[in-house]
Write a protein that binds this ligand. Structure first.
Ligand SMILES: Cc1ncc(COP(=O)(O)O)c(C=O)c1O
Length: 393
């Protein structure tokens, strides 16, 4: 089936964080502001998901539910086998309502207060806030920026991983916000350094399915099959199929003791073992039948991100932007247009465009914006025109 991704779908009165709660990020946004901030897409979910939800709603009873049945597990593990050649034992596939909370639970299980946790900024900011709120120490190993192409600082990583307090690294793969999809040699080097020093890696691979044509995402665990204790992978249908509000994500833990610790904290202590009755059917239908839809989404995003690059070249000439290898997030250097503190409020007030300022992503982010390009092209174009109007006058 062909999806019309140019179609603008009204998200008003759907409790959309992106459209109806912009004040969450920017209090006092003017009426008509275009939201290109929080990472969800303005595209409808796959038809299979909608149909599965309708059928489930028609059953009319929404009692306590469990996803731990063979068909569900086969849907999820089948996806990773087909798309990445990664065979995940079903018993290693655990549930969390989100990856951000999962990072919090894993910090509790894997580290003690005061332990060091490496992050490679600029990076998805809840990593740093989770580390802080759980009383652990952030060990910053900023990425290296070579004219907009970001790489990991392996010398820094070697030094920081060797410090006795360092116990964990949170990897963002593909990387939000800089859009890198890490190559095999980069992932191997990262793993070799971390494991040589007894540092565990949480590999957040939530964006793994959304990479440009011709780019390949490699699950870290497939490169280190023997590292059962030292690699925990987080993935989700939330970004892939645009169902973040379904609050379902996958935490893949292989080591039996860690699984017991997870069970003790997450299931027994916090009582979070049970997903929502509707999300179970939605997730199963997405993984089983969402592939055709995803292929169209990937093509459309490729088109949007290329369009954005062309637009900037013509109308915002001083902006620096490199096509992201993965994610639908554009990381744009606006430093030659002035200070972030001035530009962002002007984009909102005068341009009525809401994007995220780079400084929240930590070291190296100041003066950049993160723009979510997962919307119909007409919205993207209008937002870019407004931005050009503000910045180029
Ligand atoms: C790298 C990364 N991890 C996690 C999340 C959110 O995870 P969740 O909604 O499952 O908590 C996002 C959302 O943008 C993200 O970019």
């Amino acid at each position: 089936m062909r999806y019309n991704l140019d179609q603008v779908i009204d998200r008003k009165d759907t409790n959309s964080l992106k459209w109806e709660f912009m004040g969450h990020l920017a209090p006092g946004c003017p009426e008509g502001t275009l939201p290109l901030w929080v990472a969800d897409m303005d595209f409808p979910c796959p038809k299979s998901v909608i149909e599965a939800l309708h059928a489930r709603v028609d059953r009319r009873i929404f009692g306590y539910s469990s996803h731990r049945n063979e068909a569900f597990m086969a849907a999820v593990t089948g996806w990773y086998l087909r798309r990445f050649g990664w065979s995940i034992p079903p018993e290693d596939l655990l549930y969390s309502p989100g990856i951000v909370p999962a990072v919090g639970y894993l910090l509790e299980i894997l580290t003690r207060p005061g332990d060091g946790v490496i992050i490679q900024s600029p990076v998805y900011y809840p990593f740093e806030s989770m580390i802080r709120h759980h009383g652990r120490e952030t060990v910053a190993n900023p990425l290296k920026d070579d004219d907009g192409y970001y790489t990991m600082d392996f010398d820094g990583l070697e030094r920081k991983a060797a410090e006795p307090e360092t116990k964990l690294l949170v990897l963002c793969s593909p990387h939000n916000p800089v859009g890198r999809v890490w190559k095999e040699e980069e992932l191997r080097r990262l793993g070799e350094i971390c494991f040589a020093h007894g540092v565990t890696v949480i590999s957040d691979e939530i964006h793994c399915d959304l990479v440009r044509r011709g780019v390949k995402h490699i699950p870290l665990k497939t490169l280190f099959p023997e590292q059962s204790r030292r690699i925990i992978t987080c993935t989700a249908p939330s970004k892939t199929f645009n169902m973040a509000g379904m609050l379902f994500s996958n935490v893949i833990i292989h080591d039996p003791d860690l699984k017991t610790a997870w069970d003790g904290l997450v299931n027994k202590q916090l009582g979070l073992f049970m997903p929502h009755s509707l999300s179970i059917v939605a997730v199963e239908a997405a993984y089983n039948e969402g592939e055709e839809w995803l292929e169209q989404i990937i093509d459309y995003l490729d088109g949007n991100l290329a369009f954005l690059g062309n637009f900037l070249q013509k109308h915002l000439k001083r902006a620096r932007y490199r096509l992201p290898e993965g994610t639908y997030l554009a990381w744009i250097d606006l430093r030659s247009y002035g200070n972030e503190e001035e530009i962002l409020p002007r984009l909102i007030r005068e341009g009525r465009v809401l994007v995220e300022g780079g400084s929240i992503f930590g070291a190296g982010g100041k003066g950049y914006i993160r723009l979510n390009a997962a919307c119909p092209r007409s919205i993207l174009e209008e937002a870019l025109r407004r931005m050009a109007g503000v910045l180029e006058g």
